[in-house]
Design a protein around this ligand. Sequence first.
Ligand SMILES: Nc1ncnc2c1ncn2[C@@H]1O[C@H](COP(=O)(O)OP(=O)(O)O)[C@@H](O)[C@H]1O
Ligand SMILES: [Mg+2]
Length: 324
Amino acid sequence: MAAAEQIKSLIKSFGDGDDDRFFTSAMLIAATEARQGHTTFAQELKSLIEKAKKNRSLAFLDRGKTIPILQPKRELLDLIDVFQPRISLKDMILTPSIKEILAKLVKEQENREILQKHNLTPRRKLLLTGPPGCGKTMTAQALAGELGIPVFIVRLDGLISKFMGESIAKLRLIFDAMPDHRGVYLFDEFDSIGSHRNQGQDVGEIKRVLNSFLINIEKDQSNSIIIAATNMPEMLDKALFRRFDDVINYPLPSINEISETIKKNLTGFSFNTRINYNKIAEEAIGLNYSEIVRACEETIKEMILSGAINISKDVLIETINKRK
Ligand SMILES: Nc1ncnc2c1ncn2[C@@H]1O[C@H](COP(=O)(O)OP(=O)(O)O)[C@@H](O)[C@H]1O
Ligand SMILES: [Mg+2]
């Protein structure tokens, strides 16, 4: 019999959700049994442990809950955010051409079984480029919300810095989960991988991870949607672009989109004076969506805290200008 201490440790680590300690305790029990001459039982234990380990590392979602819970090896938890977004594409302000491409993807995804019957693959691999704050991350969430599937946000820079030498295996773990867990997988901020070069990280490792990422994307045949996003497409090898069904550039908003963004974010409030949205939008040229949304929020806060009942046009223009 295994020592009482080992069994207690086994149960405790299970209770704590500590996979690593659980498997170590189980292996210790197997080793004790082997020393006592119970070799068949020890072998059985070992193979049970190996199998459980494998299943465990692929177990991603708890489908019973509205917000799926990630249950991979706990180290991966720090690198992947998973949730069920509540936004959809109509919450975004987009140029007509971007809207069209995204609508196409949604339509092909919603009809993927019909397409597959005809041996056609629905669109599902996107590369999003463009300056920060223009909706790349939001697009991944909106698409997931639109399709009613979870979004998995993977931080590649974290993967590299945390798992030097092991990152390819960790990346593989994520791709392995895709067929069983349909979702939108966002590999966010590629460009930050490049920045490790300046911090003396192993350039070879970074290249290998990127390459392995490309190969994984190319090989992937799952029903999941893969989105890669970068603020700096020039850091990427052009060969990467061919792997995607669409490459979409998200530009800074122009007058039309700016005034739509302001209107949307100030819905339900009225101004203290008649205003011309296009005139205000002109003030915000050069700002990204994120900054415009924040300027609107700040203006609303100012209204509330000053006890006013209307939005002040001057305050809005001032907060916009402060962000330039
Ligand atoms: N196209 C857009 N339409 C509406 N809001 C946007 C848009 N782009 C960005 N935003 C706002 O800015 C925030 C940050 O955008 P995000 O998608 O994270 O930018 P990126 O990933 O391109 O850096 C969003 O949460 C949203 O509030
Ligand atoms: Mg982003």
